[in-house]
Design a protein around this ligand. Structure first.
Ligand code: COA
Length: 313
């Protein structure tokens, strides 16, 4: 069974309430009908009219008070908090924060930054997590790569220019996403570069080596290796030639790109040239909130809600 079908089946077994703050957007409305009809999730469609209805006044006031408490040290006034809480994106995040919804999916209209900032401000990082990042779940037509064609790529959404330490945290979080969300029993993490094991010397390569060492310290039991080029990570013969003895080379199923430019370009190459199906989830947030591409289809929204519901378990 394909990954998304497995996710939908698992989501049906434990139905979660997922907020869709873009409740006036046609693809979102269609997706909500499918989610409800197929029992994948309990969608909560938000609209300005619903939020500002007199019957909702007490809840809105309570959310505004929460937002004010969260952000007053950053200079947010009570008036501004009240105005922001009435915005469906903030309202949705505050509903998740309050436990009145289990997760949130947005981004059919909003840019990634406009969705991420409220998530970072309101939901914040999970206990023990330093950083929010993303994983792309990539299903390739070529079943011989990764985990029978499944690769988990990071970070293609959040962190433009991670430090070595941040890259290490992204690697560990992505391995966890592969394990918990995708059912990959043995994540094998390749820290990608334009160099394999010293074939080139540059400060950028050194950063990937440093990140690999930090990640090994953070998760000693995890199979992780770097720096590796993409071919050395994925192709057994190239891995054996360029990185002999590596526990990851030639059989990686988790690919950590060195920055957001390469990660974002990398998944789009897999999608547009490689015919892979790709969608992203955020990792490291205290509660699941996920971003869509503005070019998303109804099916993309349904799939992302199913993944969000699983993260909420
Ligand atoms: C994530 C992003 C929105 C943060 O925006 P920003 O303008 O840098 O925001 P700030 O630096 O003011 O950070 C806002 C808050 O989030 C926190 N934060 C920022 N990035 C974070 C991260 N990756 N993990 C955890 N917290 C983070 C900051 O510490 C800050 O907290 P505070 O206000 O409580 O002190 C920004 O990095 C971004 O736009 N990333 C690229 C998104 C994108 O366009 N992707 C395209 C591919 S789809």
């Amino acid at each position: 069974m394909k990954l998304v079908e497995r996710m939908k089946a698992a989501a049906r077994a434990d139905v979660k309430r997922i907020v869709l703050p873009e409740g006036d957007e046609p693809r979102t409305v269609k997706a909500a009908v499918i989610l409800k009809d197929e029992g994948i999730a309990e969608p909560i469609l938000l609209t300005k009219a619903l939020i500002e209805a007199p019957s909702n006044a007490a809840r809105l006031a309570s959310y505004a008070a929460t937002l004010y408490e969260l952000r007053k040290a950053k200079g947010l006034t009570e008036e501004k908090a009240a105005a922001l809480a009435a915005d469906p994106m903030y309202y949705g995040m505050l509903a998740v924060k309050a436990g009145e919804a289990d997760g949130l999916v947005s981004g059919a209209i909003h840019s990634t930054g406009d969705m991420l900032r409220p998530a970072l401000q309101v939901i914040r990082t999970a206990p023990g997590m330093k950083l929010v990042s993303s994983s792309f779940l990539v299903e390739c037509p070529n079943r011989s790569v990764g985990e029978e064609g499944l690769l988990v790529l990071a970070d293609g959404v959040v962190n433009p220019c991670p430090t070595a330490e941040e890259l290490a945290h992204i690697a560990v979080a992505t391995a966890e996403t592969a394990r918990k969300l995708c059912g990959v029993e043995e994540p094998r993490v390749a820290m990608l570069s334009f160099s394999t094991k010293g074939s080139a010397e540059h400060a950028l390569v050194e950063k990937v080596r440093e990140a690999t060492a930090i990640a090994k310290g953070l998760a000693p039991a995890l199979l992780i290796d770097g720096e590796l080029q993409l071919d050395a990570a994925l192709v057994p013969e190239v891995g054996a030639l360029k990185a002999p003895g590596s526990p990851v080379a030639g059989r990686a199923n988790v690919l950590v790109f060195p920055d957001l430019q390469s990660g974002n370009i990398g998944y789009k190459i897999a999608q547009r040239l490689g015919g892979a199906s790709c969608f992203a989830v955020l990792q490291g947030l205290a509660r699941p909130c996920n971003d869509l591409s503005r070019g998303c289809s109804v099916e993309d929204i349904v799939n992302t809600v199913a993944a969000t519901a699983l993260q909420a378990r």
